[in-house]
Design a protein around this ligand. Structure first.
Ligand SMILES: [Zn+2]
Length: 96
């Protein structure tokens, strides 16, 4: 589990809130948070998103199909772009 703010893995349990939900605290940014199951994107969903991305489907279409918010999807894609090395465009032909 990662911190929703800084994505750190140094997350510790930090008691519960009034309705008994588990509360967490991030040791890196000191942010306290409660996981909302509604906002939890399952690994299966992420795999589906990955496949749709490869099909060059617009983000808005993917968001609707998978049932996530466009803003979440944009963040997810941005994160992915950070880890995937840029592929050199070899299909472009030189003029001449
Ligand atoms: Zn954090």
């Amino acid at each position: 589990m990662n911190c929703p703010t800084c994505n750190s893995e140094k997350v510790i349990k930090n008691g519960t809130i009034h309705n008994g939900k588990q509360k967490y605290a991030c040791k890196d940014c000191n942010r306290q948070f409660v996981l909302d199951p509604k906002n939890k994107i399952s690994e299966e969903k992420k795999e589906l998103i990955d496949r749709l991305l490869w099909e060059k489907i617009p983000l808005a279409g993917i968001a609707r199909t998978v049932g996530v918010s466009e803003s979440w999807l944009q963040t997810y894609v941005n994160k992915k772009c950070d880890v995937i090395p840029k592929v050199v465009d070899v299909t472009r032909k030189r003029k001449g």
